[in-house]
Design a protein around this ligand. Structure first.
Ligand code: PLP
Length: 398
């Protein structure tokens, strides 16, 4: 073995070790502080060590950690009720991750048509640049060759169309189509929002053809765009929705939400999970909702998002050689770089600011939703210094 690690070599890890976190800050073993605008890729929705979440987890840990889904789990009933009251959904299935929430969404859509006597309707239309997870079904749904290669035949039943191409969606519909699956804002694809008119048009197309609309709000949900869920901006509702990341605030938790009608086929025995809806996860999920649903929280997200938007727009004007474009919704922001995105990301890291690379040469900024305007300005100042660093390097190599 060339290196000493016992771990699979599946990640290109940065040589950084964080020992603890405080709000928007991560602190390394050496005591260096980093402004965390990666937030575990949109997971630490309330930052690190949020006292309400810590208390909820500790209190539950003293009671019971795990009971099987063979029994009633009160925390599931409570979180499920709160999620259904706050959304389009009537039913919730809890999972441990985003990919599992998508698996449940895919199975729910297929069973819906099966229960209606149409087992042949199992195809799902997805969009190019999508990311839905790393299971065998979700890499097929995402359709990205780099994630499919070497893992055997692509799971059948996923038909991909170019991003945002409504005519292509219509053309892809056949008698075997069950649903359309999209991220309202593509995350890993490069912070690409689907325009609201297009989401509405997708809803209409689904209604016209008897298809289910599945939204993947694993990254853009739970307040990230300034609404509880991104679909609200379009004034439409999906039939099924996958949620994860921010809903657990750092505890592994996902959920598949559905209308009564869409979930019709999911009878006893059709689906299950050992850990899904575990009491620890439910305690944290309920605590996250206490904060996100509190009066004024989403307004705070929208206000802080404005500080970012204005600051980033001005940086784009001042560094046109480094920044090509700014995109996103709420606190799901993307800087499309003029230079390779990793160079800007490294320069940001040298300024002790963490972001996340994405497709289309974008850097994602996904700060905790609790980020203050002052912390936003601190981050913007670091991006400015990073852009200056990049510019100096460009000048030297010219
Ligand atoms: N869907 C979207 C939009 C995501 O961003 C991700 C993860 O990044 C997933 C699904 C998969 O979630 P997980 O990694 O928790 O399985």
């Amino acid at each position: 073995m060339a290196d000493a690690t016992p771990l699979y070599q599946t990640y290109n890890r940065a040589p950084m070790r964080f020992e603890r976190g405080e709000g928007v800050w991560l602190i390394t073993e050496k005591g260096e502080r980093y402004l965390d605008f990666a937030a575990g890729v949109a997971v630490n929705s309330l930052g690190h060590a949020h006292p309400h979440l810590v208390d909820a987890l500790k209190a539950q840990a003293d009671k019971v950690w795990h009971v099987s889904n063979l029994y009633e789990v009160p925390g599931q009933e409570e979180l499920g009720r709160r999620l259904t009251e706050a959304t389009f959904a009537d039913r919730v299935f809890f999972t441990n991750s985003g990919a599992e929430a998508l698996e449940c969404a895919i199975k729910t859509a297929r069973r819906y048509h099966f229960a209606k006597g149409h087992p042949e309707k199992f195809h799902i239309i997805t969009m190019e640049g999508a990311f839905h997870g790393r299971t065998i079904a979700t890499i097929a749904a995402g359709g990205q060759e780099k994630y499919l290669e070497g893992f055997g035949p692509k799971a059948p039943g996923f038909d991909q169309v170019p991003f945002g191409d409504l005519d292509a969606v219509k053309a892809a519909i056949t008698d075997a189509t069950a649903a359309v699956l999209v991220e309202p804002v593509q995350g890993e694809g490069g912070i690409r929002p689907i325009p609201v008119e297009m989401l509405r048009a997708l809803r209409d197309i689904c209604d016209e053809h008897g298809l289910l609309l599945i939204l993947d709000e694993v990254q853009c949900g739970v307040g990230r765009t300034g609404k509880l869920f991104a679909y609200e901006w379009a004034g439409i509702t999906p039939d099924i929705m996958a949620v994860a990341k921010g809903i657990g605030g750092g505890f592994p938790l996902g959920a598949c939400l559905a209308t009564d009608d869409a979930a019709e086929g999911m009878k006893a025995g059709t689906h299950g999970s050992t850990y899904g809806g575990n009491p620890l996860a439910m305690a944290v999920g309920n605590a996250v909702l206490d904060v996100v649903l509190a009066d004024g929280f989403l307004e705070h997200v929208r206000d802080t998002a404005l500080v970012f938007r204005q600051g980033l727009a001005s940086l784009k004007d001042r560094f046109p050689d480094v920044i090509e474009d700014i995109r996103g919704e709420g606190l799901m922001l993307g800087i499309k770089a003029k230079i390779p995105n990793v160079e800007l990301l490294m320069a940001m890291r040298a300024e002790h600011l963490l972001g996340v690379p994405a497709g289309d040469n974008v850097i994602r900024l996904l700060p905790p939703l609790t980020v203050t305007a002052e912390e936003a300005r601190d981050g913007l100042a670091r991006i400015e210094r990073a852009a200056e660093r990049v510019r100096e390097t460009l000048a030297k190599s010219a």
